[in-house]
Write a protein that binds this ligand. Structure first.
Ligand code: FAD
Ligand code: FES
Length: 288
C-alpha cells in the first residue's frame, strides 16, 4: 500500500490576495442554524477551481469575512455550508439569491485523493465537520471505480443538526458499496429520529465490529470539534489504523489565509498554509 501524500499548491484560477465579487445563486436551510450558500461569478462561472479539502474566505463588506471549507464545487459554482455563530455569519445567513459576496482563495492543501486511490475509505465527521469531509466524499463518488468500499460515520447533536440529510439518507446509500452510518447524541419522541443514539467514537468501533471492517488498505478521514476529534482519533488508532493512514482537517482562527498574520500557527506550522489537512503522523511531530 503506497503512502498517503498531502499536496500543496494553488489550484487553477486562484487569486489568494484579492476577493472576487460573486453572486449568490442559491440559499438553502440545512438546519435551524446552518445554511448552504452557492456562489458564482457575475459571468456565471467558478471564481476559481478548488481541490477537495481547500478553503476560501467569504467576505461581506462592511461586516467582515470568515474562512470556510469549500463543501462542494459544481460546474459553475462553489458551495459553502455556514453555521450561524456570530457577527458575520449572522449577516451571511441574511443573503438571498442575487446578493453579492466577496470570495478569495483557494487556501491550503487538499485531501490525498490521488495517493488514496485503490484504498477503502472511512469518513468520520461530526456536526459542522461534514462540509470539508463532504468535498472528498463527493470526489470519491465521482471517481467511484478508483476507490474500494466507502463507509461514512456521521453524528450530530440532534436529528435537526445533521447536515446534508438528502445525501445521508437518499443519495449516498444508493452509490455502489457505500455505507452510511448516522448517530445523534440526543433524541426525543417526535423529533424525526428513530436510528442510533450515541457518541461517534463508540459508534465508530461498533460499526467496525458489526460490518467486519479491516484497517489494512484503508484510509480514514476525520473532522469534528475537539472532543469528537480526540475520541475518534483514539478510536481509529485503537482499531489498528497507522497514524500515517489517518488524515484530519483542522480549524484555527484565521485572518489572512496566506501565512502572514500569525493567527493560525501552532509553533512553526501554519494551518492555513501547511494544512488544513494533516496526517496523524504529521500532527504527532508538531510541538503543541
Ligand atoms: C479552516 C476553517 C474552516 C472552517 N470551515 C467552516 C465551515 O465549513 N462552516 C462553518 O460554518 N464554519 C467554518 N469555520 C468557522 C467559521 O470561520 C467561523 O464560525 C466564523 O468565522 C465565525 O465568524 P462570526 O463573525 O460569525 O463569529 P464571531 O462573532 O467572530 O464569533 C462568534 C463565536 O464563535 C467563535 N469563533 C469564531 N471563529 C471561530 C473559529 N474559527 N473556531 C472556533 N470558534 C470560533 C468566537 O469565539 C465566538 O464565541 C471554519 C473556520 C476555519 C478556520
Ligand atoms: S491565517 Fe494568517 S497566518 Fe494563517
Amino acid at each position: 500500500m503506497s503512502e498517503l501524500v498531502l499536496q500543496h499548491g494553488c489550484a487553477k484560477g486562484g487569486e489568494p490576495y484579492v476577493p472576487q465579487v460573486c453572486r449568490v445563486i442559491d440559499v438553502r436551510d440545512q438546519t435551524h442554524d446552518v445554511k448552504t450558500i452557492r456562489v458564482q461569478t457575475p459571468e456565471g462561472g467558478l471564481p476559481f477551481e478548488r481541490k477537495p479539502g481547500q478553503l476560501a474566505m467569504v467576505s461581506l463588506p462592511p461586516y467582515g469575512e470568515c474562512m470556510f471549507a469549500i463543501a462542494s464545487q459544481g460546474p459553475d459554482y462553489l458551495e459553502f455550508v455556514i453555521k450561524r455563530v456570530g457577527f458575520v455569519t449572522e449577516r451571511l445567513h441574511e443573503l438571498r439569491p442575487g446578493d453579492e459576496v466577496g470570495v478569495r482563495g483557494p487556501y491550503g492543501n487538499w485531501f490525498p485523493f490521488d495517493s488514496a486511490r485503490g484504498r477503502n475509505l472511512v469518513f468520520v465527521a461530526g456536526g459542522i465537520g461534514m462540509p470539508p469531509v463532504r468535498s472528498f466524499i463527493e470526489y470519491a463518488l465521482e471517481h467511484r471505480a478508483d476507490y474500494g468500499r466507502i463507509d461514512i460515520v456521521y453524528s450530530a447533536s440532534t436529528y435537526d443538526d445533521l447536515v446534508y440529510k438528502d445525501d445521508l439518507f437518499q443519495n449516498w446509500p444508493k452509490e455502489p458499496d457505500t455505507h452510511v452510518h448516522v448517530s445523534v447524541y440526543h433524541a426525543t419522541d417526535g423529533d424525526g429520529w428513530s436510528g442510533k443514539v450515541g457518541y461517534t467514537a463508540p459508534y465508530l468501533k461498533e460499526v467496525f465490529a458489526e460490518e467486519g471492517l479491516a484497517t489494512d488498505n484503508a484510509a480514514a478521514v476525520l473532522c469534528g470539534g475537539p472532543s469528537l476529534y480526540r475520541t475518534c482519533r483514539e478510536a481509529l488508532l485503537e482499531l489498528g489504523f497507522d497514524p500515517a493512514d489517518v488524515v484530519t482537517t483542522l480549524e484555527a482562527r484565521m485572518k489572512c489565509g496566506v501565512g502572514k498574520c500569525g493567527r493560525c500557527n501552532v509553533g512553526g506550522v501554519f494551518i492555513c498554509l501547511d494544512g488544513p489537512v494533516f496526517t496523524e503522523a504529521e500532527l504527532a511531530r508538531i510541538p503543541r
